[in-house]
Design a protein around this ligand. Structure first.
Ligand SMILES: C[S@@+](CC[C@H](N)C(=O)[O-])C[C@H]1O[C@@H](n2cnc3c(N)ncnc32)[C@H](O)[C@@H]1O
Length: 390
């Protein structure tokens, strides 16, 4: 097996619990098959960990174990996947992220569980090689009836992997529906975004949605309408869901019907910027603003912060005085203190007085290892919106 040796020094984060080894931390970058098993050693040759490597990416290795006696074999991989599912046994719902990459000791792997359907994403060449064992764990050890490999994330290109979507086992439905804390939510399994449905917001919805549910509410960047549907469940009179994806808005409408709320929940296929121009100020009691990431690399930080500030300011103006807004960002590169600055600036721009009512992050099925702080990506704040004079 290929051995990788770190350069001298104690600062390498891999020595302090982080699972990654960068190419510039190595004495020599290995020429190996993408995804091949590697052992990582410190400069003094002491064992650091075992995992998989890549010859051409900035991250040269990702660790799977720090136990020198532990081979990366089928029993190990099946055990690691089963443990990851087991860690979520306390979660009181049937859909959750079952494997969250680095946080579960399986870097490069995501598995979302939607009742009896698992959607799996292997984002690295190393995980691609482990697919048969991962599949055996989810299908045979955990007994999940249907499995879909949805390996179409942007990261695959960097790894030299094609984007692929294929049925793993069983017969995944074209449109799946889950019970989402009492609300029925359908989504396109193959054609939907990411794994089909976002599972990182359910805890925030549980905590925040009642503050939003006035006579008129707005769900911006709604996707299939999860926030909007929960506002309807909490008693909102009218819910407008806005997304530019035609497929997402078709699901909003189907979901409104599925729950018997077609008279209250509507879907508008539009760009949020354009939609907001058509809406009078102070016309909604609750507004949710959950855009896609505006900062995809550190270089885009200042431009992205401006984009968030402008968007949030426009959204805040639509809230009636005394109403509430949820402002969210899923950008890894926007740390919480910077997000706070953005929200504060947006309030100034909108000429509104903001009071933070609750701060939320990603749901607990997306945990964050302390050694990997960049795994904390979601910020989600509930703010009360008042005019400056009140
Ligand atoms: C982070 S997801 C929203 C997730 C959703 N709020 C939920 O809880 O499931 C971002 C959504 O924004 C939509 N989108 C991206 N750019 C947009 C734009 N300029 N105008 C409207 N929708 C947009 C995407 O189609 C996607 O559904």
């Amino acid at each position: 097996m290929t051995e990788l040796r770190l350069r001298p020094g104690r600062k390498h984060r891999v020595l302090h619990g982080h699972p990654w080894v960068f190419s510039n931390q190595l004495v020599e970058v290995p020429s190996i098959e993408p995804g091949a098993e590697v052992t990582v050693r410190a400069h003094d040759c002491s064992f650091v960990g075992r995992g998989y490597g890549h010859p051409n990416t900035l991250i040269s290795a990702r660790l799977l174990t720090r136990d020198e006696d532990q081979p990366v074999d089928e029993a190990f991989v099946r055990g690691a996947v089963a443990r990851s599912f087991g860690r979520r046994s306390w979660i009181d719902r049937t859909s959750w992220r079952a494997v969250h990459g680095e946080a579960d000791g399986l870097p490069g792997l995501v598995i979302d569980r939607f009742d009896d359907l698992a959607v799996l994403a292997a984002n690295t060449a190393g995980m691609e090689r482990l697919r048969p064992w991962i599949e055996a764990a989810v299908r045979d050890d955990l007994g999940i009836a249907h499995g879909l490999w949805k390996c179409d994330g942007r990261g695959r290109q960097l790894e030299g992997l094609p984007e692929t979507v294929d049925v793993g086992w069983g017969e995944p439905a074209a449109v799946a529906a889950i019970d989402d804390d009492g609300v029925q939510v359908g989504f396109e399994v193959m054609g939907g975004q990411k794994t089909g449905l976002f599972l990182d917001m359910w805890e925030n919805r549980r905590r925040m949605v009642r503050a939003l549910a006035g006579p008129r509410t707005l769900d911006l960047y709604s996707y299939v309408g999860q926030w909007g549907l929960h506002m309807a469940a909490a008693g909102a009179g009218e819910v407008v869901c806005v997304d530019r994806s035609a497929g997402a808005i078709a699901q909003v409408r189907a979901n409104a019907e599925r729950n018997g709320w077609s008279d209250r929940v509507t879907g508008t296929e539009a760009s949020v910027d354009e939609f907001l121009r058509t809406v009078p100020d102070a016309s909604f009691d609750g507004v949710v603003c959950d855009p896609p990431s505006f900062i995809r690399s550190r270089k885009q930080s200042s431009q992205g912060m401006k984009a968030y500030r402008t968007l949030f300011a426009h959204a805040l103006r639509k809230v009636r005085p005394g109403g509430h807004a949820v402002l969210a960002s899923c950008s890894h590169h926007l740390w919480e203190d910077r997000f706070a600055d953005v929200v504060k600036e947006a309030g100034k721009w909108a000429k509104r007085r903001l009071t933070v009512v609750m701060k939320g992050g990603q749901s607990p099925c997306h945990p964050v290892p302390l050694a990997v702080p960049e795994a904390r990506y979601l910020k989600c704040w509930l703010v009360r919106v008042d005019t400056l004079g009140t």
